[in-house]
Design a protein. Structure first.
Length: 154
């Protein structure tokens, strides 16, 4: 199983506590996910985030509706949290969200480690489709997060 990495950083001009609070509400995931993925949270809301929280949702990939279950394996406000896939489209998914205070606001870091199922076929799918899809999703998030935190000025 080949593990791939996706690393992203983004600065926003808002205090770390405010930024962490936004990201610690799973209900906000739909706001920062492209509508083409048809993201739907199945877990009743509001969801109280803490280590051990399990979140069920569905996404649409290439027209197929997929069930995805994540576990919040670490929750350390306002510094970081980690979600891992318990059930879903990946053979392995480990996403660390880190929030660092800066002189001008908050540095958001996403470190995603993931692997696809199906061995060599998964590697081909990664090269042909999945890598670009994830780049698109995180590019979309970058733009939306920039808008959201630009609008929240005092």
């Amino acid at each position: 199983m080949k593990v791939h990495s996706l690393l992203r950083e983004q600065n926003v001009p808002r205090p770390r506590v405010e930024v962490f609070d936004f990201f610690s509400k799973p209900e906000n995931l739909a706001r920062i996910t492209p509508s083409s993925l048809g993201f739907v949270i199945l877990t009743p809301t509001p969801i109280a985030m803490h280590a051990g929280t399990v979140i069920d949702y569905t996404i649409r990939v290439t027209g197929l509706r997929l069930h995805w279950t994540t576990l919040i394996s670490a929750f350390e406000p306002p510094h970081r949290f980690v979600d891992i896939q318990l059930c879903g489209p990946y053979a392995f998914w480990h996403h660390t969200h880190t929030f660092e205070e800066t002189k001008v606001g908050t540095l958001i870091k996403d470190d995603v480690q993931y692997a696809l199922p199906l061995g060599p076929l998964g590697d081909i799918a990664h090269t042909l489709v999945v890598q670009r899809q994830l780049q698109h999703i995180f590019n979309y998030r970058y733009g939306i997060i920039d808008q959201i935190f630009s609008e929240k000025r005092d």
